[in-house]
Every structure is written in C-alpha cells, then in structure tokens.
Design a protein around this ligand. Structure first.
Ligand SMILES: Cc1ncc(C[n+]2csc(CCOP(=O)(O)OP(=O)(O)O)c2C)c(N)n1
Length: 343
C-alpha cells in the first residue's frame, strides 16, 4: 500500500465526513427552527456514492443531480456558503435564492445543475456529453439519480440514445431500495437487477457496493475513462441506504415501511466507518484526523448559516430575472450574478 493510496483514501474520508457533518447540523437546524423553508432530502448514510464518483472525475467534467443533491454538489466542489444561502432563500444563494435545496448549481466547479422532477436531468446530461463528443472536448458528463428515476420513460430514452450515439455520459443510480416509502420489489421486476436491464442496451454496466467508497471510486474511474476514450456510455448501480426519512430531518423507524433491523444493519455498514477502518494501516492517525475534521466542518457550517442569515433576500424587482414568459424577456446571469441581457 502506497502513501499515495493513503492520501487518496484520507481525502475521500474527509469529503464524506464534511457531507455528514454539514447535513447532520442542517438537520438539527431544520428540526429546531423555521429559517429554511425548502424541502430537503438528506444523503446521510449515502456519502460514499457522491464522494467516490466525484473523486474519479476531472474538474472539467460536469455533474448533474436530482432532488437529493447536497452530497453530489459538495463532492464536486460546490461552494458551501452559496448552498447554505440557497437553503435560506437568499440572494447570495447558488441559485440566487430561487431554487432551494433541490436546485443547486455551481458551474464554476462543474456542478451544472439539479432538479426536483425525477429523471429530468438525465437527458440534459446526455445532451451535454454529446456536445462534448461532437466538439472534440475530452470531457464526460455524470448524472446522479435514484432507483425511482429508472421508472421514468426519459431514463430509457436517454440510455437508448446514449448507447446508439456512444455518448460519453456516466449514469449513476444510487439504489437505496426505496422511492419515498415504496420498496423496489413492488415497483420493478425482481427477476433482474437494474444494472442487468441497462446492460441489455449494450451499455457497460456495473453493480457496486455503494457503501464502499474505494469500490465506487474504482468503478467510476473505469466508467469515466472508458467514456472519455470513446467507449460510449457507462452505468453504475451503487447499492446504498438512506438513514433518515425520505424528505426532512427526522428518523422514520416507526413509519412501518421498513424494519428497524434493516435500518440498523445498514447503519452498522456506515460508509465512513468502513473507509476509516480500511485506511488505518495506510494512515495510522486517520481516526484522530476524522475527529479534527468533524469539529472543523461543523464550525464551517455554522459560519455559513450565520452569513446566510445576514444576507439580503432577492429584491422584488428581480423576481422575473431568468424566467421566460409573456410580457418580459429572458435575462440570464453568469455565475457571478451579472446580468446578460438577450433583448
Ligand atoms: C416526475 C416525478 N414524479 C414524482 C415525483 C415525486 N417524488 C419526489 S422524490 C420521489 C422518490 C424518488 O425515489 P428515488 O428516485 O429512488 O430517489 P431517492 O429519493 O430514493 O433518493 C418521488 C416519487 C417527482 N419529483 N417527479
């Protein structure tokens, strides 16, 4: 085991700890106050998927996500303060306070967007990746979505199109076994897995332990490099589990749609704990470092919350900026919020 491997493992653990700390602190604030009025879908327990995949990408690659977007946004390097301001509806938010938790974006780091409509960003990612291929850019697009999004027609259209045109896109399905409270077995055929069905399109497809960050990283690296080298699209089914309720900060042990034993078993397989144990031989002080990161990231989150609360709301006059409709013209903004008028 090399020092480099140890450093890479430590970086991924750090990034997972950051997402865990940020989300746990946000969940506490959600529960105790009413400052953030956007529905939020936490990825607590699922951190290895976003971190393992994004660690395998280049800064010039782009990522899209769905409603459960905090983790991929942060893993791709999205600005934490802009995310927290967005959750507070402020002008300084990454979507200028208009999008909330499910519409994060940070184009400066290649987190090109997320949206609340299931599977909506999948064809967008395919389009972006196809443009990269057509213009000879050595970049890939990655799209995160849940097992529920696989039931949308546009998912199949997108996979079909990407397969036919050998589009450099990586489809990342975070299979956490549930769509809200419906288990996978009542929604999809049980005789085959999602990755097997996608393989039937002729797409390179892998079934991966999504709570093993090294396995996710290795599979994503292979997927991205194949796509980059003209090998066409790739699909990853990452098996993981969300610890909290579908939307919101609470636990749902008593809701009756999944058993206490099942939740406990998945929590015992915590991706951060597993990665830390695996890294110990290479990085003997890893547990100590995790402790330091833990306090640092919780403090970082509270500073971001303090800044967000002090930030201005979007002005009423700017309400229709960026919107299309009768009686006004589209007005786009670049990433820094400077208006670009197309009139
Ligand atoms: C087209 C569409 N249908 C229904 C919904 C409502 N909805 C929001 S999240 C969700 C469940 C999604 O499950 P999955 O894709 O597995 O992702 P997870 O929440 O488990 O991460 C549903 C049905 C929606 N947002 N969009």
């Amino acid at each position: 085991m090399t020092r480099q491997n140890g450093q890479a493992a430590a970086r991924m653990i750090r990034d997972m700890v950051r997402i865990r700390c940020v989300e746990e602190e946000l969940a506490e604030l959600y529960r105790d106050e009413q400052e953030m009025r956007t529905p939020a879908h936490f990825s607590i327990g699922q951190e290895a998927t976003a971190v393992g995949v994004c660690a395998a990408l280049r800064p010039t690659d782009v990522v899209y996500a769905g409603h459960r977007s905090h983790a991929p946004y942060l893993a791709k390097g999205g600005d934490l303060r802009a995310m927290v301001a967005e959750l507070h509806g402020r002008q300084t938010g990454c979507a200028r306070g208009r999008g909330g938790s499910m519409h994060l974006v940070d184009r400066a780091v290649g987190f090109d967007g997320s949206a609340a409509i299931l599977a909506e960003m999948i064809p967008v990612a395919v389009g972006a990746a196809w443009a990269f291929a057509l213009t000879g850019q050595n970049r890939v697009a990655v799209t995160f979505f849940g097992d529920g999004a696989v039931e949308e027609g546009t998912f199949h259209e997108s996979v079909n199109f990407a397969a036919v045109h050998r589009v450099p896109v990586v489809f990342v399905c975070e299979n956490n076994l549930y769509s809200v409270s419906s288990p996978l077995r009542v929604r999809q055929p049980t005789a085959t897995t999602i990755s097997e069905r996608v393989a039937a399109y002729g797409v390179w497809s892998r079934d991966v332990d999504g709570n093993d960050v090294s396995a996710v990283h290795a599979a994503a690296g292979e997927a991205a490099e194949r796509a980059r080298d003209g090998g066409g699209p790739a699909f990853l089914e990452l098996r993981t589990y969300r610890w909290r309720e579908h939307a919101g900060p609470g636990w749902d042990h008593d809701h009756g749609y999944r058993s206490r034993e099942e939740i406990d078993a998945w929590m015992a397989g915590c991706p951060i704990r597993r990665a830390t144990a695996a890294a110990e031989p290479m990085v003997p002080d890893i547990a100590e470092r995790v402790g330091e990161w833990d306090s640092r990231f919780r403090a970082e989150l509270h500073e971001a919350v303090r800044l967000a609360r002090a930030a201005p709301w979007p002005s009423l006059a700017s309400l229709l900026d960026g919107a299309y409709g009768p009686g006004h013209h589209a007005r786009d903004h670049d990433h820094n919020g400077h208006g670009v008028d197309h009139r």
